[in-house]
Structure formats: C-alpha cells, structure tokens
Design a protein around this ligand. Structure first.
Ligand code: NAP
Length: 345
C-alpha cells in the first residue's frame, strides 16, 4: 500500500513514518494478537510543512494524489490549547480546511482517510467532574445527592480525581469548550465525510520528541527531572497517555481489518499528570528528586482544559483482530526499552 502521512515531523507522524515497517511493530502486534507477524512492508510517503502545506487547497490535493495513495493519514495539527484560544482562524484553517482538502484528495484518488482527534472534545470542569465522581462513589441516589451537595465545599477539591468514573465512549455526545477542541471536533466531521474514513480519538500522546515535534507530557517530565530537583505536575486532571507506537499498532490493525468510522483508542487506564510524574521518577531511578502536585489553576491555563479526558472503547472492543492498547504504565516501560534499543542500534 502507498500511505501518505501528513504532519510527518510531529510526535505521532514521525513515529508512523519511521516505525511503520519496523519488524518490532509487527512482532508487537503479533504478540498482542497471538498471531504470526505479517511481513508486507508498505510504502510510506512523509509530508510536512513548510514543503507541504495541508491548508493550501489545490497544491495539497494535487500533491497527495500524485502519490496514488491507498491511505492518507492526517497527523498534522497544533495541540497548543492556550495558544490557539486567541487564534480561532488559525485553528479553523489547520483543523478544518486541512482535513477538508484531504477529504477531497481521498475522494479523487479512492483512498481511505485516517484522522486523529482527542478526548478534549468532551469538556468537564473540575467541579462537574468532581460531582460526577461523587455520584460514582455513592451506592444509592440519596447518598449521591448528599455527596454532590457536600462537594460544593471547596475542600472537596482535594478528593482523589476520578479513580473509577467511566470514560467517554464512542456514543457519548461531545461538548467541546476550547477553540482547539471545537475545531478538532469539526475535523472529525469533515474527515468522516470522505467516502472511506477512520476517525481515531485518544486522550493524550507520548513518544520520542524531536527537534521539530511539540514536546509531550512524558518527554517534558523527563527533561524537567534532568534540569531540576523539584518538578511540579498537575494533580486535578485525569488523562490517559498513549504511546505513539501503540497508536501506530492500533491504526495498522484497524486498516487491515477494513474498519471504518469513529473509534476510541484506550488501554483502559488513567492517571493524573502527578501520578505519571511519580511513576516516571520511580522508573528512571533518579535520586534526590521530588514531585509536587499543583492544580490546573495554579499551573495557569488560559483556555478551558477538560478535567477528565479518559475514554472507553466499546466500539473498538467489539471487533476482533484489533491491537489491544496496553495500560500507560506498561506502555511507558516498553517506551524506555524501545528507546534504549534505538540508541544501541
Ligand atoms: N499530542 C497529544 O497529546 C494528542 C492528544 C490527542 C490527540 N492528538 C492528535 O494526534 C495528532 C498528532 O498529534 P502530535 O502530538 O503528533 O502533533 P505535533 O507533534 O504537534 O505534530 C503536528 C505536525 O503537523 C505539522 N503541521 C502543522 N501545520 C501543518 C500544515 N499546515 N501542513 C502540514 N503539516 C503541518 C507540524 O509541523 P510544525 O511542527 O513544523 O508546525 C508537526 O510536524 C493530531 O491530530 C492531534 O490533535 C494529539
């Protein structure tokens, strides 16, 4: 297959291009599915700004179609939620016009369009999520009511964040709040109008940062541990970080399985950035470092960030032959191991 990857220098796009045909990916999928590795390399075509601008309509459509793609993977975009909040036109151009050009390219060359999106399309403030957590903890409707009333007390903000609340599944109606999330939701709608499309949502991403890609949570924490002894991490948001290689494996099996439509990718795990930081510190074995939890407010965000972007994947789970994404702790350990072997290689 010819696979065009847009945003090929980003965190995910770069991984897709460099690891798609890596035998370790097939081994990982085969081990996960208890199957035999498949040895059928695909032709990967990387496209990224400034040589290729997905927003420049005629140029984008013609360039993509010149490669006769079977699959167009859109990993381009900007994830800087606060930065985009005051730049709605930029966000619309990137997240709506870009996918619209790729939808047209997919239509003209009969390709499958793969679009990535995020858990931010489900917005919950910390107070709303806290009330939802309280309802989850209660065993009767009366207890739920009194727990939610008690939650109005600011002190309740110190309660553990959503250890058990169910994640949003593929049928949950989105309610984006930030410019980023609204335009990402629009990118899903636009992409899903291609004759054949796959829209894949996940909560958060980590992988090897490059000089080009935006820095992700795990890489920023690792950098911070090298730079300073006391690292602050947010304690009142619940997320699920997915490793780029796992997103790749899931994408590959969805394409093979000829799945179409919207899917959530998740390893059925969750954690606050603070918990993730503590886990990382433990795994790196660095001494003399501490992690301090801070609230999103103390961190100082300007756009609305959802306090809970944990997904569940009922639709994905119903299909067999799909790669089962591991929980984030396993994924981080595998990431360290993989990176180590890259260095040795
Ligand atoms: N990162 C997360 O935690 C997260 C969470 C959920 C979903 N997602 C989704 O996953 C996808 C990949 O995210 P990521 O973290 O890999 O993003 P990323 O690291 O920011 O990479 C995006 C790439 O797109 C490129 N790009 C930007 N504008 C472009 C244009 N006009 N034409 C062509 N390429 C352009 C960027 O190039 P420059 O760097 O040169 O601008 C960059 O290489 C996105 O759809 C994102 O919304 C990410």
């Amino acid at each position: 297959m010819n696979i065009v990857v847009i945003g090929s220098q980003g965190t995910l796009g770069r991984e897709l291009v460099r690891s798609w045909n890596d035998p370790r990916v097939e081994e990982r999928i085969a081990a996960n599915l208890a199957a035999t590795p498949i040895d059928e390399p695909d032709s990967m075509i990387p496209l990224n700004i400034p040589d290729f601008d997905v927003c420049s309509r005629m140029n984008a459509i013609e360039t993509v179609c010149d490669f006769h793609p079977d699959v167009i993977v859109n990993a381009s975009g900007v994830n800087l939620i606060d930065w985009l909040e005051s730049r709605p036109n930029t966000a619309r151009t990137l997240h709506e016009h870009g996918p619209s050009n790729l939808r047209e390219a997919a239509r003209r060359c009969g390709a499958l369009l793969v679009q990535y999106s995020c858990g931010e399309v489900f917005y919950r403030s910390r107070l709303e999520q806290g009330a939802a957590d309280e309802r989850e903890r209660a065993s009767t409707p009366e207890e739920a009511r009194s727990r939610v009333q008690a939650f109005d007390d600011e002190a309740a903000l110190d309660l553990p964040v959503s250890p058990d609340a169910p994640g949003f599944d593929e049928t949950t109606v989105p309610n984006p709040a930030s410019v980023y999330a609204k335009t990402k939701l629009e990118s899903e709608r636009v992409a899903s109008e291609a004759p054949e499309s796959l829209v894949l949502r996940f909560s958060s991403l980590f992988g090897e940062a490059t000089e080009y890609s935006s820095v992700n949570l795990v890489e920023s924490l690792l950098k911070a541990f090298r730079r300073t002894n006391r690292v602050s991490a947010i304690s009142d948001r619940m997320i699920e970080p997915l490793w780029t290689v796992d997103v790749l494996c899931a994408t590959k099996t969805l394409i093979r399985r000829k799945a179409r439509g919207l899917y959530h990718l998740t390893g059925a795990s969750r954690g606050t950035p603070e918990e993730i930081a503590r886990f990382l510190l433990d795994k790196t074995g660095l001494r003399g470092r501490t992690v301090a939890g801070i609230t999103t407010k103390e961190y100082g965000v300007t756009a609305p960030h959802s306090a809970f972007t944990v997904l569940s994947s009922n639709r994905y789970d119903e299909l067999d032959g799909l790669y089962r994404v591991p929980d984030w702790r396993t994924a981080i350990v595998d990431f360290f191991d993989w990176r180590q072997r890259n260095v040795n290689f």
